[in-house]
Design a protein around this ligand. Structure first.
Ligand code: FMN
Length: 337
């Protein structure tokens, strides 16, 4: 096999960063920054894009960066590259500081895996869906496939049933009531839902529901300022058969939360490939009291819950969702050397 030139490697990494821009992030803040050098690519947090009042502990930022890193991995694998990712490598003499991850690539041996190809095809089709889902329940083997997708990056997907589901839903309701009272939260929400003209970030009106705050069966979701997204025609909120799950990390070390972000991306892309609709939800983990309750009553003290997920079949009577905006590549990627 011939060794690819530096230009070929750089072009492959640049293209994969362009694909990774579609990754989800809290409030669509897109808190990532990439630095491309001659033989490697570094991922950094864009510190100006943190949500200090919503995401006090900085987990949302790490999860968003983890999603971008996983999207990048999928894009590379789909184009025949093997990526070697080192999380938090030392970077003593570079002005950018220590990256979250460093990626090096070489041509992969063998063909592209069918699953990778399906995940790559799901990148543009995945959208956060805050509408009512259908009344069809999600079978155990499908939930099992989502759990399998999470595992290579250290994440475990716990689906909540029965009494656990009731406790989980109660914690979500309480978090939805309490978080808006926390200092600075409402201003931050306003800032990321009312962007200046030409901004290519934040949550646009087309992704926010037009009606009152969403509440499906026992589930109360994060409230966003009223938008233009319509519920599917017909159907009632009590018919929504969403499953409620929580993704946990090994612990709360930044590298574990970053890797859980990779698991989150893997679950979301797998779900999209299987035709499911998803809503990632961190609100219940951003209020200290509901987070601790979830940890003790639903998950168990040995794992760290990092993001909740609502998963279900989309209603057949809903309009297609529009993609939310993303910043252009040259705002996100710096090339050095
Ligand atoms: C870590 C994380 C936390 C999120 N938390 C919520 C949430 O609590 N409620 C919600 O409706 N959406 C939540 N989202 C979805 C984002 O708002 C969404 O990804 C972003 O607006 C981009 O839109 P898209 O997913 O349709 O591409 C979250 C996403 C991530 C990655």
């Amino acid at each position: 096999m011939t060794t690819p030139t530096t230009d070929t490697v750089r072009a492959a990494l640049r293209d994969a960063v362009a694909t990774s821009l579609r990754a989800p992030s809290e409030h669509n803040a897109q808190p990532w920054r990439w630095v491309l050098a001659s033989d490697h690519l570094d991922l950094h947090i864009d510190r100006g894009r943190r949500l200090p009042f919503t995401d006090e502990r900085g987990h949302g930022v790490l999860l968003g960066c983890g999603c971008a890193l996983h999207h990048l991995r999928v894009a590379l694998a789909d184009r025949g590259w093997h990526a070697r990712v080192r999380h938090q490598p030392e970077n003593p003499d570079e002005p950018e500081g220590r990256p979250l991850a460093r990626v090096r690539i070489r041509p992969a041996e063998g063909g592209v895996d069918k699953d990778v190809h399906q995940q790559a095809a799901a990148i543009d089709r995945r959208h956060t869906d805050r509408r009512r889902f259908s009344s069809r329940s999600v079978p155990p083997d499908v939930l099992g496939a989502l759990g399998d997708a999470a595992r290579p990056f250290g994440g475990v997907l716990h689906v909540a049933f029965g009494a656990h589901r009731a406790l989980f839903a109660e914690a979500m309701r309480e978090a939805a009531e309490r978080q808006p009272e926390q200092e600075g939260y409402a201003a931050e929400l306003y800032r990321w839902t009312h962007r200046y003209a030409g901004a290519r970030d934040g949550i646009p009106a087309a992704a926010r529901l037009e009606g009152p705050p969403p509440s499906y069966r026992d589930l109360v979701l994060r409230w966003f300022p009223r938008g233009t997204l319509r519920q599917p025609h017909g159907g009632m909120d009590h018919e929504d058969a969403s499953m409620l799950a929580i993704l946990t990390a090994v612990d709360e070390e930044p590298v574990s939360v970053l890797r859980a972000g990779e698991s989150l991306s893997a679950v979301l892309l797998e779900a999209t490939a299987l035709g499911l609709a998803t809503t990632p939800i961190t609100q219940v983990l951003e209020v200290a009291e509901t987070r601790e309750r979830l940890r003790h009553l639903v998950v168990g003290a040995h794992r760290a819950p990092v993001v909740a997920l609502r998963i279900g079949w989309p209603s057949e009577r809903g309009d297609p969702l529009h993609p939310t905006p993303r910043r252009p590549l040259d705002h996100v990627l710096t090339e050095v050397d």
